[in-house]
Design a protein around this ligand. Sequence first.
Ligand SMILES: Nc1ncnc2c1ncn2[C@@H]1O[C@H](COP(=O)(O)OP(=O)(O)OP(=O)(O)O)[C@@H](O)[C@H]1O
Length: 600
Amino acid sequence: MRKSSRSVTSNVGALQISSVRDGERGAQVVAGWPSWLASVAGEAINGWIPRKADSFERMEKIGQGTYSSVYKARDLETNKIVALKKVRFASKDPESVRFMAREIIILRRLDHPNVMKLEGLITSRVSGSMYLIFEYMEHDLSGLASTPGVNFSEAQIKCYMKQLLHGLEHCHSRGVLHRDIKGSNLLLDHNNNLKIGDFGLANFYGEHQKKQPLTSRVVTLWYRPPELLLGSTDYGVTVDLWSTGCILAELFNGKPIMPGRTEVEQLHKIFKLCGSPSEEYWKRTKLSHATVFKPQNPYKRCVAETFKSLPSSALALVEVLLAVEPDARGTTAHALQSEFFTTKPFASDTSSLPKYPFKKETDVKLREEEARRKKETSSKQNESKQVSRESKAVPAPDANAELLTSIQKRQGQHNKTSMSEKFNPNEDAAGFLIEPLKSGTGQNGYTRYGVSSGSSRSPHRKELRTQRSFVQRGAAQLTKFSNSVAARDASHFAIANPRWLEERYNNNNNGSQDDGDWSQRLLVKPKDSTKDKESILGHGEKTEKMNYSGPLVSSRGNLDEMLKEHEIQIQLAVRKARADKKTNRDDHGQTQAFLAANGR
Ligand SMILES: Nc1ncnc2c1ncn2[C@@H]1O[C@H](COP(=O)(O)OP(=O)(O)OP(=O)(O)O)[C@@H](O)[C@H]1O
């Protein structure tokens, strides 16, 4: 990034992005920045000048995120191939701009070979859009692991894990929590250098920050730690370590280890595998959902039995990272010192690993075609299903109305198309079969872990690959249960940009928490509140039913009862899915995943 002649030190450590003084703003606008950005998020651009769009040759689309579209491009000044991430936000809404800017501020704070480097920004005084410029990365870890014929050796897994932990160590040392660690956010270049990407959900934490509650609604579901599912708003680096443990086990296992479809099911999967927390923990903890989710009988931990085929040093590290109580997960430094990295086979050198052919562009095209095809089919189906869906949906509580307004702002409510573009329920993860792991022995005699080298892509890998961050995850999960559990539109509610809500909440509440914790309002509510429904519909969206993601559980009761209720809901959905399957062949994959995941 070129520096402006007037270099200003930016205090990117501040949680709140303060407005810049008029003089600074003026200088930034003169430097070419739009005033909507300079006026509310001057810190994000301090000392930089924007690049011009016409100094890049935009090539194909290579990624579609929840908040962004990513394009391959050529930098005409350097002739280098780069990735341009076009971020979605509403330039007329200062809060929306601030939140978009937070990703930039965080990225500018980081500087490490295993963290994606922000190389610059493209916008202009008259533009309403913003592109983030990154080094172009050929692969991501999930995509690579799902490639037919690609099986990782233990040394190779160590190589990737080591890089991930070094990158995370850097983030944590700079006071940054990533909060969305998963395979598709771990990017790899053609030399097998791994870089942590997508800081869209990241936030600052630590003692030097003003102590403010963080949102618990972050991290893609399958990688989300129990304390977040229990509603913690005071957490730290251990959330990233849990996700790291999930990835480590997954790389050996060949498929995601806890593919929950709802938050309740996710927590149940965690307790079944990792055991439920100790009595001590329940007593000590003030987590908002703890009373609701505490099981009557404790669950026994069975990580060792489940992953008995893992090398012992890998299993030992998985045991630590997947500790159900956060404090026992240690730190990135502890993990790097563990036997997993200090015993043979040692982590491969990146240069000794195979070079994999590019395939990102084809992947994106295939996924988009598939999504388009499904969308066409489903919009026809949705028309006929509308009545039953609405009648079974649980209305949202009053408290959600305010949040809904916020969400719409973040997503650019003035632009309805951007909303629907963002949310494509059919482009979801669960439409694929989960197959049993097949591992084998590679040419070098090492055990190769991961999927078998069949002629087609591994379905469960596809599932992993397309499991999106919080937003899309919500959409995907809920769509599966749209008729019996929650309405599809619930995801519009549940997909609030959590970091935006977090900040908004903090701004409005001066960081104080009360019994009406907003994250709890998102999850737990009484079942019969028609009034609530009225009130939420009264907030400008008369035609769209807004529901929420958590009505799988009653607000009072124990986990076992809830799970029973939950299971009934799932069975209803399974029956429904079976019926749909008969009537629509295009729903085939989705139904299969549903049945497979339920062991039916
Ligand atoms: N530097 C890069 N090089 C190549 N591809 C990239 C790069 N950065 C991102 N991508 C691709 O674009 C996709 C979306 O990017 P990113 O994850 O940053 O956006 P997002 O909107 O925050 O997505 P998500 O919904 O996963 O949170 C990634 O999954 C990846 O495949």
